[in-house]
Design a protein around this ligand. Structure first.
Ligand SMILES: NC(=O)C1=CN([C@@H]2O[C@H](COP(=O)(O)OP(=O)(O)OC[C@H]3O[C@@H](n4cnc5c(N)ncnc54)[C@H](OP(=O)(O)O)[C@@H]3O)[C@@H](O)[C@H]2O)C=CC1
Ligand SMILES: O=C(CO)COP(=O)(O)O
Length: 320
């Protein structure tokens, strides 16, 4: 089946590069100048400099043309997804849509697949997530991802059609689990970056990563996820990658917070809005999410990383 990609940022372009090895892929960007530059130079200078774009990857500023493909991957930032889908709802109705964003929408508390379902009840929806830096995918390095789809038959078709020589897709029907694993790990990555940035050490990071994983499970299971999904690529796999590599923008935001440095607000960092959305939901539902609350404190108040760690360490003692 033919593939189109909505969103020519780092990840959309990287997925396009990988899929274009199998056949033509249309890649939509909203900025016509950017499309012209990509066509002329065969490079995405802003997000993937130095990686040549093959002729089979076809940038376009024409949404409707790109949307004619059988499968559409939606690779825009989470907080923009509702706008992009609702702006083009008519042409997207009934299509096969694969969300590639990682986050929880601030206004609704919904994940990516749920936002699409909210807007387009007739769409055939799946989610592609898991440990995968765009630069690695774009360079053809080996990567394993989770394809989540409630419809088992459609999931099998998508798994086959979106697997490439460097992208190996595993399948699950647990969309909520995959969605939340990919969203919540970004919050924990900000926390881990902050402890490393503040010089609090690798042991503190290991503690946050592990207790952060417990927090992710708590929230995801409360929302109906299966625990084994959280233990897979979309949860633990992506958590480990994002909490240990300064290729991660979420981790780098954390490093800046820990060092008391400014961070470029134009960089896509999904964990910030997701932390706020999840903290709101945790407060409403009485879920214990202390690391998420600490991240919101670091982002939105003058809480320091040392105070945040002191708060976490002084909580009542309990069983693991
Ligand atoms: N980068 C990575 O390594 C990975 C990213 N992801 C996920 O992919 C998603 C996208 O991230 P990424 O590609 O890295 O982000 P980037 O910041 O690299 O790119 C975002 C893209 O979305 C476009 N965009 C933003 N708002 C709109 C809008 N309202 N309408 C149309 N297009 C819009 C931007 O266009 P413009 O340039 O015109 O602003 C840009 O092309 C995120 O949810 C992220 O978590 C998942 C795995 C890996
Ligand atoms: O999700 C990612 C890797 O799987 C990318 O992480 P960042 O968004 O933190 O860069």
């Amino acid at each position: 089946m033919s593939v189109g990609i909505i969103g020519a940022g780092a990840f959309g372009t990287a997925l396009g590069l990988s899929l274009a090895r199998k056949g033509p892929v249309d890649l939509w960007a909203r900025d016509a100048e950017q499309v012209a530059a990509m066509r002329d130079t065969r490079e995405h200078a802003k997000h993937l400099p130095g990686v040549p774009l093959p002729g089979t990857l076809r940038p376009s500023a024409d949404f409707d043309h790109t949307a004619k493909n059988d499968i559409l991957l939606l690779a825009v930032p989470m907080q923009q997804l509702r706008r992009v889908v609702s702006d083009h709802a008519e042409i997207l109705t009934g299509k096969t849509l694969v969300a590639c964003c990682k986050g929880v929408e601030l206004q609704s508390g919904l994940g990516a697949a749920a936002v699409i379902a909210d807007l387009l009840p007739d769409a055939r929806i799946a989610l592609l997530t898991g440990p995968s830096f765009a630069t690695d995918v774009a360079r053809g390095l080996p990567t394993a991802l989770t394809l989540a789809c409630a419809d088992e038959a459609l999931g099998q078709v998508l798994q086959r059609d979106l697997t490439t020589t460097n992208l190996r897709l595993y399948r699950t029907s647990d969309v909520i689990g995959a969605e939340l694993g990919g969203a919540l790990k970004n919050v924990i990555a900000i926390a881990c970056g902050a402890v490393i940035g503040a010089g609090l050490g690798d042991s503190a990071r290991a503690a946050l990563l592990t207790r952060g994983y417990a927090e992710m499970q708590r929230m995801a299971i409360a929302r109906g996820a299966r625990p084994e999904t959280l233990a897979g690529l979309s949860g633990l796999g992506d958590l480990v990658l994002t909490c240990t590599s300064d290729h991660s923008r979420n981790y780098r935001l954390g490093l800046s917070l820990g060092r008391g440095e400014a961070f470029d607000p134009s960089i896509t960092v999904e964990g910030a809005a997701t932390a706020r959305a999840v903290a709101q939901e945790a407060a409403r539902s009485g879920l214990d999410m202390p690391i998420t609350h600490a991240v919101v404190g670091l982002l939105d108040t003058d809480l320091t990383i040392n105070d945040a760690m002191a708060d976490l360490l002084s909580r009542p003692l309990k069983e693991e």
